[in-house]
Design a protein. Sequence first.
Length: 605
Amino acid sequence: MTSGSDTRCPRPSAPISDYGLLSDTRTAALVAGDGGIDWFCVPRFDGEPLFGRLIGGPDAGTFRVGPAGPATVVERRYRQHTATLETTWAVGGSRLTLTEAMVAEVSGRLLPTTLIVRRLSTEESAVDAVVEFDPRLGVRHRRPRVHHRHPAVMCQWGSLAVSLGCAPNLTIEPGRPALITVTPGRPVTLVLAVAYREPLIHVEPAWAWELLTEDEDRWRAWSAEIDGSLPFRDHVVRSLLTLRLLTYSPSRAPVAAPTTSLPEDPGGARNWDYRYVWPRDASIGVSAFLSVGKLDEARGFLAWLLHATRLQRPRLPALLTLHGRDVPAERELPGWPGYLGSVPVRIGNDAAAQHQLDGYGWLIDAAWTFVQAGQRLYTEAWRAVRGFADVVARCWQEPDAGIWEVRQTAQHVHSKLMGWLALDRALRIADTHPLPNRQRRLWREARDAIAAEVRASGFNPATGSYVRAYGSADLDAALLILPLLEMDSAESPRVHGTIDAVRDGLSAGGPLLYRYPPGRDGLPGTEGAFLPCSFWLVQALARTGRRVEAIEMFQTMLSHASPLGLYAEELDPATGAQFGNYPQTLTHAALVQAALAIRDAPVDP
């Protein structure tokens, strides 16, 4: 083994879809196709970046393990139904494989230490490889205090401690690429351990590899419980695994995405921090879990939400931190170059202060799905749901920011529809849970008033479709949820007219859709097709008797996934490049629900 110079390896920016996800259900790492971990926050999804090259450039740190010279990726995959990632490169006449994962649990209990296990191996001739370990903590890229404590290198920043151990023993200097030779039958195993405000335990690489193997068995067992008759089952399982990996285990709160400021408009300013919990997105994910029999995930999230909203109840916050606290205000990070020059880079999110009526609908619908699964809301949970429904009954006439979080309020039709859904599903829950007659009457009257007003003010007879907002002729792809509501029957001309109008009027080519007419949100720049909307279109087609169309569209959407089956929130219709924070909980939840709609749809005559 020899050490390189102080110059870090020059690397071009990888496409967003080139990244794989590693997670221990507390935090996540994004790994490029060259073996570079370019995003990793500690100790949680929303913590400080330890490796931030993805949006912070070379000065923000990376942890690359891969070929030392020219190489070609010949295969990249997750081991089936696990969270273990394998990358194989052709290097000259040989092949080099990197197998890696973050280990979440031991014997059913969360590890006190975050572990990233990475192993290089070859089965042919010897291959030269490089280990570039360059941790830089936080927004100022702080270098660590370094200690060499055989057999590991230790790095420390106050209460945060990180160690890197290797087998066979290698001398790794942070910030200095190390050249190594991997020989057949002698794999090189590296173990990164992270402890925050706790003693850092030494982890033997051999034991860490055993933990990785046990973790694989646990994920395979988790996946085996999912209905084997699901259409497109492997794709659905991968999305469900992704949703679970993005769920913060200590609180059971799903993060919207593990990244911040990956751009919706490359080179532009549409860069937002998604490392928080949107009750809306989380509720959609909970419904997906419930639909495949994963009750524990749903029960855990509902319990967390009740705890998280207790101080603001009956108001439902638009978003929360992983621990149920107020999301910090947006601030920009000067000096951070951003992904492909997309600035500003932001942390925090000002959408937390918005009124978003639709969130109540998604949440109460998830609670209804939970009850439909044969479960019962305990007293406090039902009291909270009743409080949310009361808010909707009182406030549904107010303008809101809507599902797309535009920075000006309006009478959004989708929001009104979701208010209708909140009250309708609350009334359904009340059929099996105690409710005073006065409250029942109030909800029913408000629900019926919403339906009457939306039909009168939210529908455009000229186009035969519902519109984005009262008094507007714009379309809104969020209206594709109409067949799920049952406010109008699935056979209603209004429902079919809206589906067809959105499909034609917001088309970005093929199954791709813009969420609303591009440029109509008051922000500079443009954006790509919004991927969850395409899966909502699949769901709408399946629900309205157009199953063959739905299947064809779903198959096309599968071709837009990353090579590892992951999705961001947006896609450039011209190039197929994925943009926006990645991977995106909402997209994967929408994929699962689309597949379930296909499963449940009657076969076309």
